[in-house]
Design a protein around this ligand. Structure first.
Ligand SMILES: [Zn+2]
Length: 269
């Protein structure tokens, strides 16, 4: 069995996580990453994501030299406002608190996973019926081509008729071969995708901390494309992150998901 990180196949379903996040999480799940400083943007991963809650401008980040050491700050660069100026480590620990607040409880993830697997199974069963039908027709068409060839060889039909019927049947066979083709490659990634989702959403702070620094800016802006608002003390957002809107957050939402019987999540032993 290949390691979980070895599977590169991508399903043709609507992605649950964007490719960007997928890649970021993959890299976060590898051996622990050295805290390399590869680019200026990875020095300040939240630049571009956090905005001033008073004026709405994006915060910029900079270092200033104190008496004996350098200080790094996230600041509002709007010269008419400048309401926010927060030390880098303070801002980034506020961000970690925010990440804790958007992590999703395991029981909710269990239900989400059960619902996704049920949908997946349902889709696969209708696909396998279509494949079965294509296989039946494929056998028929192949048999017909054999009979036609025999008739031609025995002199029962002329070359022109034989050629036209042969091309028609060959085209049919080619199409049916595609339709009946085993698609089992794309049946596999669903569990891999769900495992990744679980890794990502059950503890977003730890995902963030394990991630390569140069991937953090893209990850932060993927989570909150509209940005987060800072008043200097805490972080807030006008709307929920996209994945929280996707995943149920209460028992009522779960009932609305209508998990079919037989797919209830298994309680931990
Ligand atoms: Zn401002």
């Amino acid at each position: 069995m290949p390691g979980r990180g070895d599977i590169k196949a991508i399903g043709d379903f609507e992605p649950i996580v964007s490719e960007e996040i997928w890649n970021a999480v993959n890299s976060a799940r590898g051996p622990s990453q050295a805290k390399s400083r590869k680019s200026a943007s990875s020095d300040f991963p939240l630049r571009g994501t956090i905005r001033c809650s008073r004026c709405g401008y994006s915060l910029t980040a900079s270092r200033s030299k104190g008496r004996s050491k350098h200080y790094a700050y996230y600041t509002c660069w709007n010269s008419d406002c400048k309401a926010v100026k927060v030390k880098q480590e303070v801002m980034e620990s506020q961000y970690e608190v925010y990440l804790d607040s958007i992590s999703i409880a395991e029981p909710i993830l269990d239900l989400f996973e059960a619902a996704m697997l049920a949908l997946w199974k349902d889709r696969n069963s209708s696909e396998s019926k279509l494949r079965e039908l294509a296989n039946k027709n494929l056998l028929k068409a192949t048999k017909r081509l054999e009979v036609l060839t025999d008739q031609f060889l025995d002199g029962h039909c002329d070359a022109e008729f034989f050629q036209s019927q042969k091309s028609r049947l060959e085209y049919q066979i080619e199409t049916l071969e595609i339709q009946s083709g085993s698609n089992d490659v794309k049946d596999k990634p669903i569990q891999v995708v769900l495992n990744h989702g679980r890794n990502l959403f059950s503890d977003v702070r730890s995902t963030w901390n394990r991630m390569k620094p140069e991937l953090r800016p893209a990850f932060a802006s993927s989570l909150n494309p509209e940005g987060l608002l800072s008043d200097g003390v805490s972080l807030g957002t006008a709307e929920k992150p996209w994945f929280e809107r996707l995943i149920p957050s209460s028992a009522d939402d779960v009932i609305r998901l209508a998990v079919p019987t037989g797919f209830e999540p298994v309680s931990p032993p």
